[in-house]
Design a protein around this ligand. Structure first.
Ligand code: XMP
Ligand code: MG
Length: 178
């Protein structure tokens, strides 16, 4: 897949090093709280797998999937849950684990939903952040890397459903889109 990439923004080794730091910080915050780590599918999957293995505390995991009727490059304003939690959120300390915060629409929506279910607390860790593209006022509590306004793939992030298994965060060559 290397031949499809214009530029590697963050190589795997750097990702893993940063994830180890994040995991230590986050574990400290949630010591004795039995948090529910909620992976936002599908992009958050590789990040959650690496993050949770570095957190030396008791915790549970679950998954949510949302569709946002966007195109390949941006979510739309309309967000819909297509896979919900399998346990009640009431009274739980929720940590969303997300691949990227872009417009902020997805997480703003998920916060609204979990607040209405009376979660004890709701926080977010996102591997990537593109603050320049924000449409909703949303700030993650922990961020791996801030990136410029470029469409990225790899480590969970896709182009048309593919390239999630590419181990680095990279920018695609222009010709791949055309
Ligand atoms: P919001 O609602 O914050 O949602 O716009 C973020 C979601 O938008 C997608 N997204 C990307 N996907 N490369 C991708 O593969 C990108 O650079 C990118 N920027 C945004 C993604 O589905 C993410 O969960
Ligand atoms: Mg995502």
């Amino acid at each position: 897949m290397d031949n499809l990439m214009e530029e590697i923004l963050i190589p795997q080794a750097e990702l893993l090093k940063r994830i180890e730091e994040l995991a230590k910080d986050i574990a400290q915050e949630y010591q004795d709280k039995n948090p529910l780590l909620v992976c936002v599918l599908k992009g958050g999957m590789p990040f959650m797998a690496d993050l949770m293995k570095q957190m030396d505390i008791l915790l549970e995991i679950d998954f949510m999937d949302v569709s946002s009727y966007g195109d390949a490059f941006e979510s739309s304003g309309e967000v819909k849950i297509i896979k919900d939690l399998s346990v009640p959120a009431k009274g739980r300390h929720i940590l969303f684990v997300e691949d990227i915060v872009d417009t902020g629409r997805t997480l703003s929506y998920l916060y609204k939903v979990l607040k209405s279910r009376q979660a004890a607390s709701i926080k977010t860790v996102s591997l990537l952040d593109k603050p320049s593209r924000r449409k909703k006022d949303f700030q993650a509590d922990w961020i791996g890397f801030e990136i410029p306004d470029k469409f990225v793939v790899g480590y969970g992030l896709d182009y048309k459903g593919q390239l999630r298994n590419y181990p680095n965060i990279a920018v695609l060559k222009e010709e791949v889109y055309s």
